[in-house]
Design a protein around this ligand. Structure first.
Ligand code: SF4
Ligand code: SF4
Length: 545
């Protein structure tokens, strides 16, 4: 799918129909049907992927079929309305948050212009308040007295094929980033509403392949790319060879080693794709420098959890392998790499879904003796917490000049910033590993950070224009510091961000590269016995022959 030229898209965002530019829609939102056309929807799930998942214990993904959103007939099961309404009733009963979110919105509009999808598309249905209303209107009709008696007059509406089509369109134009919830006086979390919409759609076999194929791969092989244990191990060993060529440091990583003190789990993207590979080299160097007793697992070979974008049951099933593997290997605690949604799942759901992990110890750094009390329930420490502590206790040293090619800015990934409050540690690390870094404007960082625009399994090429639109608020803030401070590097701690922001920067700010924080750590780390190659002008990215 060809993507529109950057100047044309920028003009259309600035001048196009939008509440931001004063051009208000003329019809009631309920009377505006969605129109699917190439480029505005992600491809639907391949039936064989759904059939495979539906055959697995503990999860249900029925109604596999070939279908196309552009078709009039979506081949829904005969009793699809009943399935959806029953599914909603079940979830209202099970999730108190959903019931509260359905009832307590006062339509103040504080969230309306906070969503990057709304800012990038100008589509009123991408305002978080209206996105939620897509579900709330059916809830009112079916589950409230006013809705049952007064229907549309009370803001209710019947569940029709037009409504389910609308759900599919807008549940996949939300990255569950939770920026809107920061601004809502009632704390309504539209991401949770989107999660429910996606769950309900799955009940009738309506999902997207870019979510479900990684989920199927993760369930089958342990990681979303479907890498075999041999390939996973081989990739890490290749990285060690690269490290030896660049630094003279010889590393022999261990896999599935019983009795190791720590199990290390990171997104599989760190092991197989640029720029994550350089982040992974950073971890390997750091662990070697401090002599950490750790092991990789070829079973828990994925920290990311695409189940989060799919259903609660699927998220729980994929997450369970972390504790299962920690138990099998007999480690004391788990250290986790740079990822966004992995940490959202760990921080917000893991303990109650698959815990308590009483067989593990409260994490204690074997190098500094620091006890990470904040992880007492999950028993998992984020690599930035771990690294920041090493720096603070003077256990590692850096030569910042090795990052002299970098003028950085910091992207707070939605899930680590808003989902777990990881705000200070990355900044502290940056202070110590680079000479030059600057913040983006205040309303685009920390809790108010803007999403990359392609999270929650929207990182797929067929919706590239939509992604570039949704990523524009982030890209715009990067452009500001690039113009003002000659920033050339956007650093972050999220594997999806590293992939999506690279595409986003190539489009909006082609002179800005994207890197993981641990890559910058690896670049600057001073290690005993190292023999760094000369002219490592690009740090660990430098090609050495
Ligand atoms: S900010 Fe909260 S209460 Fe106000 S419209 Fe948005 S969701 Fe509703
Ligand atoms: S969670 Fe993020 S993407 Fe979804 S409606 Fe809120 S701001 Fe938009």
């Amino acid at each position: 799918m060809a993507v529109v030229k950057v100047d044309k898209l920028a003009r259309s965002v600035a001048e196009g129909p939008s509440l931001m530019t004063g051009s208000n829609p003329t019809k009631n939102w309920m009377d505006v049907p969605v129109v699917f056309k190439p480029g505005n929807y992600a491809y639907t799930t391949k039936p064989e992927k759904l059939e495979y998942l539906d055959s697995q214990q503990g999860v249900s993904f029925p109604n596999a079929r070939v279908w196309n959103p552009e078709d009039e007939d979506w081949k829904l099961p005969e009793n699809w309305k009943e399935i959806i309404i029953n599914g909603l009733a079940e979830r209202l009963d099970k999730f108190r948050s959903l019931k509260i979110f359905m009832d307590c919105c006062v339509r103040c509009g504080a969230c309306a212009d906070k969503c990057h999808f709304f800012l990038g598309t100008g589509d009123p249905k991408n305002m978080p308040v209206l996105r939620a209303e897509l579900l709330r209107s059916v809830y009112r009709q079916e589950f409230t007295l006013a809705g049952k008696l007064l229907g549309k007059m009370a803001g209710g509406r019947e569940m029709t094929t037009a409504v389910i089509k609308e759900w599919f369109m807008y549940a996949y134009q939300c990255t569950e980033c939770r920026r809107c919830s920061v601004f809502c006086p009632y704390g309504i979390d539209t991401a949770e509403i989107t999660m429910m919409l996606r769950e309900l759609l799955h009940l009738v076999g309506c999902g997207i392949n870019w979510a479900m194929e990684p989920v199927a791969n993760s369930n089958r092989t342990g990681n979303h790319m479907g890498l075999t244990p041999q390939a996973f191990k081989g990739n890490v060993e290749f990285l060690c060879e690269d490290i030896e060529n660049l630094t003279g440091i010889h590393i022999e990583p261990s896999f599935n080693r019983k009795g190791a003190e720590i199990l290390f789990i990171t997104p599989s993207a760190d092991v197989f794709a640029e720029p994550g590979l350089f982040t992974c080299m950073g971890y390997l160097l750091l662990f070697e420098a401090i002599g950490l007793d750790y092991t990789w697992s070829t079973y828990a070979s994925e920290g990311g959890n695409f189940g989060l974008f799919t259903s609660n049951q699927m998220m729980k099933k994929l997450n369970a392998k972390m504790y299962a593997e920690a138990k099998r290997l007999g480690v004391k605690w788990i250290l986790g790499g740079e990822c966004g949604h992995m940490w959202r799942v760990i921080h917000q759901y893991m303990d109650t879904m698959n815990g308590p992990a009483d067989f593990l110890e409260v994490p204690k750094s074997p190098i500094t003796g620091t006890v990470f009390d904040n992880t007492a329930s999950t028993k998992m420490v984020h690599i930035s917490e771990f690294t920041a502590d090493l720096i603070k206790q003077g256990k590692i040293k850096f030569d910042k000049s090795r990052n002299s090619h970098v003028k950085a800015t910091w992207h707070d990934s939605c899930n680590t910033a808003r989902g777990m409050g990881l705000l200070e540690e990355p900044r502290y690390i940056l202070d110590n590993v680079v000479d030059n870094w600057v913040e983006m404007p205040e309303n685009t960082i920390r809790e108010k950070t803007f999403c990359c625009g392609s999270g929650t399994a929207l990182n797929t090429d067929e919706i590239m224009e939509l992604r570039m639109r949704a990523g524009l608020p982030r890209a715009n803030a990067v452009r500001y510091v690039a113009d003002k401070h000659a920033v050339n590097t956007l650093a972050c701690v999220c594997a999806i961000d590293r992939a999506t922001l690279t595409t986003l920067m190539n489009y909006w700010n082609p002179d800005v590269q994207v890197c993981g924080l641990s890559e910058l750590v690896g670049n600057a780390l001073i290690i005993e016995g190292e023999k760094r190659a000369e002219n490592l002008d690009e740090g660990l990215r430098t090609m050495v022959f």
